[in-house]
Design a protein around this ligand. Structure first.
Ligand SMILES: Cc1cc2nc3c(=O)[nH]c(=O)nc-3n(C[C@H](O)[C@H](O)[C@H](O)COP(=O)(O)O)c2cc1C
Length: 468
């Protein structure tokens, strides 16, 4: 059901008062600062686990340990700042996925958003459940959702609590081949109903609501309404949250969003083998031209990344950008980043999204009313046309009936005249017979009785002949 005010979003055991999830943004863009600000205002704040240890001084000495320490400390900081929903975005493909998962379980994050791979094998479901944590896979197709849920149902006799569907307009690494990004059947408006349909049998079998959260290119309140109308229960937004005071990136990173124009946003081939959307800059131009910019690999943080073949280390490039050193890295962004025109507090952003949602809702009612009036007018015009045709038909029928009556009247008159002629003939015969009888009465009185018997068969009066 769609409400005038933004509806709540229930994920697992907890409910956010707004249906807005702040998308996890790796390598230090969404840490406790942003996540807590969003959670405090009723959304779901998400800390990105990917490369989180890069904010620690000893990352290059021990990347794994730095990641774990930073993950724990950021979760605790977020908890101190907000009692709202705090989730963690973890890349399944990360080499320390299991260790990061352990920290999230120990720290009892509210939800685990798992992307960049299918969260199927070796998921400690029993421990996750015991800690009361919701699991939310991030997918880019109904097929992937079906695969994950089938696997979970079979292997764990359980299913995840919600699903994020990320379309091709999202920022960061994308779950589509670059040549498929524009395909009509890959657009978020198509994917959302597809994923809802894929989840329906699992929701029925496990008697659970499994909310679908739409992500990628959702920019304003009208977009939120549009996706809720398509059946999503919530939206995940990242690009808008970059341009907030509380976003954990350096101000120069945020200003790159404000400054960029549509032509500055492009698709890159990331060293991890996936396409990604980013703001083009000389660093990326050099990389595309084959200039290698690899100094070292701290530790192989991503299984599929091989520094020997990479033009640059993606974690280092993103970490530099996070610190505002955009000449030594680049900013990932969503397709709508060029629409960002100022940096605002999270509260202001959420308030404007709420207002836009509500006015889009009212506008949709007005449009509905106008559409209904137009539909009634169309129906009325149709009825008027049908009535005119029926009337025409009736007039034809009446004309035909009158014509038929004229023809019938003629034949009736002929019948009548024929009957009249017959009656006149009978009368003439009768008169002759009567005359003969009277003659006989005079001439044969002795035969009178006999004649009277015969005469009784005739009426006493002469037959009346109707006038012409
Ligand atoms: C700067 C940036 C970094 C991102 N990093 C991650 C990430 O580490 N993991 C992930 O699953 N998604 C990541 N994303 C994707 C977002 O979480 C989100 O789903 C997507 O960007 C939504 O589209 P929008 O930016 O148009 O709102 C990133 C997006 C941006 C803009």
């Amino acid at each position: 059901m769609i409400f005038f005010k933004m509806p709540r979003l229930a994920i697992g055991r907890r409910t956010a008062s707004l249906p807005i999830v702040q998308g996890g943004m790796g390598v230090g863009i969404s840490l406790s600062g942003l996540a807590a600000a969003v959670a405090r205002r009723g959304g779901v704040g998400v800390i990105a686990a990917n490369g989180i240890g890069m904010i620690e001084p000893d990352y290059y000495a021990d990347g794994r340990a730095a990641n774990i320490r930073a993950m724990r400390s950021e979760l605790r900081k977020a908890r101190e700042k907000s009692s709202g929903l705090i989730g963690v975005n973890i890349m399944v493909a990360a080499n320390d996925f299991q260790q990061l998962l352990d920290v999230c379980i120990e720290e009892k994050a509210d939800a685990l958003f798992m992307g960049a791979g299918l969260p199927i094998k070796n998921i400690p479901v029993a421990r996750i459940r015991a800690a009361g944590i919701a699991v939310v896979p991030i997918v880019s197709s109904g097929r992937a959702a079906d695969l994950i849920f089938k696997y979970w149902a079979k292997a764990y006799a359980d299913v995840p609590d919600a699903v994020v569907v990320e379309g091709p307009l999202a920022g960061g690494h994308l779950g589509f081949r670059a040549e498929k990004l524009q395909d009509a059947d890959q657009q978020l408006e198509v994917l959302v109903p597809q994923v809802i349909a894929a989840l329906a049998p699992f929701a029925a079998a496990f008697r659970r609501k499994i909310p679908v959260i739409a992500a990628g290119g959702i920019y304003d309140g009208a977009d939120i309404l549009r996706f809720l109308k398509l059946g999503a229960q919530g939206v995940q937004m990242a690009t808008r949250f970059v341009a907030t005071d509380e976003c954990d990136a350096d101000r120069r990173f945020k200003e790159a969003y404000v400054a960029c124009r549509p032509g500055d946003i492009g698709i890159i081939k990331s060293p991890v083998g996936l396409p990604g959307r980013a703001i083009r800059n000389p660093f990326l131009e050099n990389a595309a031209a084959g200039v290698r910019n690899v100094k070292r690999c701290a530790w192989r943080c991503l299984e599929q990344c091989d520094i020997r073949h990479a033009d640059y280390c993606i974690s280092v490039a993103l970490d530099n950008a996070r610190q505002g050193l955009l000449d030594q890295g680049f900013a990932f962004c969503g397709a709508n980043a060029h629409r960002v025109d100022k940096i605002v507090p999270v509260a202001e952003l959420l308030d404007s999204l709420k207002q836009e949602y509500e006015s889009a809702f009212v506008q949709s009612l007005v449009t509905l009313k106008d559409d209904s009036i137009q539909a009634i007018e169309r129906k009325f015009a149709g009825l008027r046309h049908d009535y005119a045709q029926a009337r025409q038909h009736l007039l034809c029928l009446r004309r035909e009936a009158e014509k038929a009556w004229e023809t019938r009247r003629e034949s009736l008159r002929e019948d009548y005249e024929r009957a009249l002629r017959l009656a006149e003939k009978f009368k003439a015969e009768y008169d002759v017979a009567l005359k003969k009888l009277n003659d006989l009465k005079v001439r044969f009185p002795e035969k009178l009785a006999e004649l009277q018997a015969i005469a009784r068969r005739f009426p006493a009066e002469p037959l009346p002949i109707p006038a012409r």
